[in-house]
Design a protein around this ligand. Structure first.
Ligand code: HEC
Length: 542
């Protein structure tokens, strides 16, 4: 089989020499940069893409899955919001076209010396040293029966007082088996009693949520989500999230279907923060429609506005007909006007298997629309929290609207519930009350200092690209740098050339980059309270 592929590769190479797109120069940076983190030994993507031959032998398929936007998995529409989301992962049209050209013109390898460096795997935490690590007591057995397995694991925290966290990080043990995970804090003990019902097996089964009987979803405290390749959210600066005293942490893990038996013993890292440092506690607003009604054999569009009704703030009833719920009769009145200015920090749109799409936006009082998120092809298997790169300001008086569509091809009416055979319109939102300047606060990793994009300062880096040294000049001239960092394309600090105050007489810093792997980097210079950054490329040309 391999020989056949090789033969066909060679014949394609011989017969089409028209394009100068090569794997080494053009394709390897795309594949290694956007695919290999999941497509390598021991990761969820299964097919490895770590060499020319591995990638070229899958060329046609790569063309198909990138054209259809099936890969890399990134459900949100990147064009919808003017800003980026954290860890956004998609191919640009140029990148997709390059792949097509490369495949159609015979999968040329080109000069192997120009091939991009393989990404380094991160062992351990991407954040640092955790304060608490909760690991599953024993390995959980995943039967190789080609079925999905949705399982909730319960981790008692033993926290005797409210604990504030900077971050919570899911650490998959068996990365091939774990598809995604969602984490919440449960103060009702209801998750733990579910678990006790089957003392001989770890955790309990639950498909769409956490199956907490009698617990209103508004009591859920969502802490985080996990999908491969996405970094955990870090609440920087004054932000922090509360895990209430006595809470259990519930972690719902989706194990993808497999034909072989697997084991998994994943863990959760918790990074705490002293309560005194948390000036702004991350708030969560639950948004759900328990009155969901999706008739058999129909396509249904559910439109809702985020509701601040004083009695049942999470329900909203469009339409003029009075409706009863929990003994209260709603008369179609709406309380959808946002009571205060918000800085939106994250959002988790969620439906089940009939879900087709999601869109959330805010209509401001002056008639503008602020796009928040759009998921054109809802895919239950690729869900998670999405965070804007910078806090997103939503002015008071805005109406936050959500539109979710469902395709019910079955003969049964669907309503709210947690089973595969139920549906959901569910969308928790993280926010804090807005403060001046919030839109400049970056939500990504590696950033304890509020990063203010300083337009008046500019760094020039030359030569760029370079293989051995770069020279750095800041304009206008500044006589003191607090620190200089080099970050990789994911924003992780990988080199700290100057970790101390530098007086710059000539305003010209020379930095040795010989030890960097080939690739794109960011140079950051810290001045008093601002950070200025510029990108540069390390290549291997002399
Ligand atoms: C976040 C992890 C992740 C990233 C990033 C990723 N993949 Fe995948 N890929 C998967 C998983 C998981 C599967 C298995 C199918 C599934 O679960 O959807 C897969 C399946 C595939 C398949 C097989 C499709 C099939 O129908 O069997 C191809 C081809 C593929 N990916 C190509 C790519 C390419 C090309 C990129 C980069 C442009 C990429 N993937 C990026 C996780 C990833």
């Amino acid at each position: 089989m391999k020989n056949l592929i090789l033969l066909s590769l060679i014949s394609q190479i011989i017969f089409s020499q028209t394009s100068d797109v090569t794997f080494s120069k053009d394709i390897s940076p795309i594949i290694y940069g956007k695919c290999t983190s999941c497509h390598r030994e021991g990761e969820s993507g299964q097919i490895p893409f770590t060499s020319y031959l591995e990638v070229a032998s899958m060329g046609e398929m790569i063309k198909v899955v990138t054209q259809s936007n099936y890969m890399p998995p990134w459900p949100p529409d990147p064009e919808y919001t003017p800003h980026s989301l954290l860890d956004e992962r998609f191919l640009t049209d140029d990148e997709k076209n390059l792949i097509v050209e490369w495949v159609d013109n015979g999968l040329l390898q080109g000069n192997p010396e120009l091939e991009a460096e393989l990404p380094t795997t991160i062992e351990g935490s991407v954040i640092g040293e955790p304060d608490y690590v909760f690991q599953m007591n024993e390995a959980y057995f995943i039967e190789g029966n080609n079925m999905d397995d949705y399982r909730v694991f319960v981790f008692p925290t033993g926290f005797t007082e409210d604990t504030y966290i900077k971050s919570i990080e899911f650490r998959p043990d068996n990365r091939e088996a774990v598809h995604h995970a969602i984490i919440m804090a449960d103060v009702t003990g209801s998750g733990a009693s579910n678990d006790e019902e089957s003392p001989d097996v770890l955790g309990y089964e639950s498909f769409g949520g956490f199956s907490l009987d009698g617990v209103s979803p508004t009591e859920y405290v969502f802490l985080a989500g996990y999908a491969p390749g996405m970094n955990p959210i870090v609440w920087n600066g004054e932000l922090g999230m509360k895990i209430p005293a006595g809470a259990d942490i519930l972690c719902q893990v989706h194990y993808a279907p497999s034909s072989v038996d697997e084991w998994d013993q994943s863990s959760i890292n918790i990074f705490t923060k002293p309560a005194s440092e948390v000036e702004r506690e991350v708030q969560m607003k639950m948004w759900l429609r328990l009155d969901l009604d999706i008739p058999a054999n129909t396509q249904t569009t559910v439109e809702a506005c985020l509701n601040f009704h004083p009695v049942i703030p999470y329900l909203d009833f469009f339409g003029p007909e009075p409706q009863s719920f929990n003994g209260y009769t709603f008369t179609g009145e709406q309380h959808c006007s946002l009571p205060e200015d918000w800085s939106l920090l994250g959002i988790l749109p969620h439906s089940h298997l009939m879900g087709k799409s999601w869109e959330v936006y805010a209509e401001t009082p002056d008639g503008n629309n602020i796009p928040i998120i759009k998921i054109p092809d809802w895919d239950f298997d690729w869900q998670g929290f999405y965070y804007p790169e910078y806090m997103q300001h939503i002015p008071a008086g805005s109406i936050i609207k959500g539109i979710a569509t469902y395709d019910n091809t079955s003969d049964q009416n669907m309503s709210w519930g947690e089973l595969t055979t139920d549906e959901m319109f569910f969308c928790p939102i993280y926010y804090v009350p807005y403060q001046d300047g919030d839109e400049n606060i970056y939500l990504g990793i590696d950033n304890e200092i509020n990063q203010i994009e300083e337009k008046s300062h500019k760094i020039s880096v030359f030569p760029n690209p370079s293989s051995d040294f770069i020279e750095v000049q800041l304009k206008p001239y500044h006589n003191e740098f607090l620190k200089v960092d080099i970050l990789d394309s994911k924003g992780r600090i990988i080199k700290v050339p100057f970790d101390y105050n530098i007086k710059t007489e000539s305003n010209n810093l020379k930095i040795n980059i010989k030890d960097l792997d080939l690739g794109v980097y960011f140079l950051q210079i810290y001045l008093d309270n601002i950070i200025v950054s510029e990108s540069f490329v390390k290549n291997n040309q002399r």
